[in-house]
Design a protein around this ligand. Structure first.
Ligand code: ADP
Ligand code: MG
Length: 335
């Protein structure tokens, strides 16, 4: 449905998008996550046909964004980072204007009313946009994206600048729209993405550094499959008992912050799931388990880890050498 292949965007000497490829299937809700300046808006502006690309290919539903821009753009509703909202129009006037601009064919009044109902702005339809709260304005932004009933929605940081209540409302709206749209949603805040997306593409310094489900990202990046247990027991005896359990490679322990308890770090052989055996062993040896968790990283930790290598200097260098680099990229097989 959306196919992005080998996308590059250079601003002067600065390489803002550096060999980005991904595809999105019909019905997916994909999160585009990355710190400020990562290249999210640039990529989205290119996918939606609002910005030229330096090199690469974008195909929407079989239509190339460069060769067939009208057909491609017709299929996309776009909520840019700063929506082009005309503040001196009423909500209805503005949506009528967008309708004409997009050359939509559905019965006008019914179509606009239907959209206003969906995003819940009917009660402000006759108000000037400049008199609306930020939350309502953002809904108007959603409404203009929905004019023409596009299958795909591209939403650039749709919750930025909203208060927590408005954020929840917008999140619910995205979930609702996700039932019959394909959505790409960007954010620099992990929790925003995590709440609504089953797939996360992490971008940093113009490059994709991860593309997976939140769960698999967490598993993949966790070097550590060990289990953490806090147990009230005799530390040394329990350690010996645990070390005897099938599938256990290593056991370490230290006094816990909890009274008369010890913290155990139990490392399995390979990726064996030894949780049940460990639990049983501790119970059989009279231990009282206070807590038992795996050592997997939280998504927040993963995000930080993936994006910690922001190296602006190298980035500039990439930009300067871009002229040659671009010819070689395929052979180089960069990560
Ligand atoms: P994000 O949306 O992830 O915050 P952007 O795509 O807006 O990132 O920007 C990516 C990089 O490109 C940043 O380093 C930004 O400064 C630079 N950039 C964005 N737009 C322009 C522009 N029009 N001219 C020059 N540099 C730009
Ligand atoms: Mg942006």
């Amino acid at each position: 449905m959306i196919e992005v292949t080998g996308l590059y965007k250079r601003y002067g000497t600065h390489l803002a998008v550096n060999d980005v490829s991904f595809s999105v299937e019909k019905g997916e809700i994909v999160g585009f996550l990355g710190p400020n300046g990562a290249g999210k808006s640039t990529t989205m502006n290119i996918i939606t046909g609002y910005l030229s690309l330096t090199r690469g290919k974008v195909v929407i539903d079989g239509f190339d964004i460069l060769e067939n821009p009208e057909e491609a753009k017709k299929r996309i509703g776009y909520l840019p980072e700063i929506p082009p909202v005309y503040v001196d129009m009423t909500v209805r006037e503005y949506l009528n204007f967008v309708y004409d601009l997009k050359k939509v064919r559905f019965p006008k009044k019914a179509h606009i009313n239907e959209i206003m109902r969906l995003v819940r702005i009917e009660e402000v339809s006759e108000r000037l946009i400049k008199h609306l709260s930020k939350g309502y304005r953002q809904r108007v932004g959603f409404a203009q994206a929905l004019v023409g009933n596009p299958d795909i929605l591209i939403l650039d940081e749709p919750t930025v600048g909203l208060d927590p209540k408005q954020i929840i409302e917008i999140r619910e709206l995205i979930e609702k729209l996700g039932k019959n749209h394909t959505i790409i949603l960007s954010s620099h805040i992990l929790s925003e993405i995590q709440a609504v997306c089953k797939r996360i593409i992490v971008i940093n310094n113009g490059k994709i550094v991860a593309d997976d489900t939140p769960e698999r990202l967490s598993e993949k990046l966790s070097e550590d499959l060990s289990l953490l247990a806090t147990v009230v027991c005799d530390g040394e005896n329990m350690k010996n008992a645990l070390a005897e359990v099938d599938g256990v490679k290593e056991v370490a322990f230290e006094e816990s912050e909890e009274d008369s308890a010890y913290d155990f770090v139990i490392t399995p052989e390979g990726d064996a799931d030894i949780r049940r055996e460990i639990f049983r062993c501790i119970a059989e040896n009279g231990g009282e388990m206070l807590s038992f968790t795996d050592n997997k990283m939280t998504l927040e930790q993963i995000f930080l880890k993936l994006t910690e290598n922001a190296q602006p200097d190298e980035q500039e260098l990439d930009g300067e050498e871009y002229g040659e680099a671009i010819e070689e990229t395929e052979e180089e097989g960069e990560e």
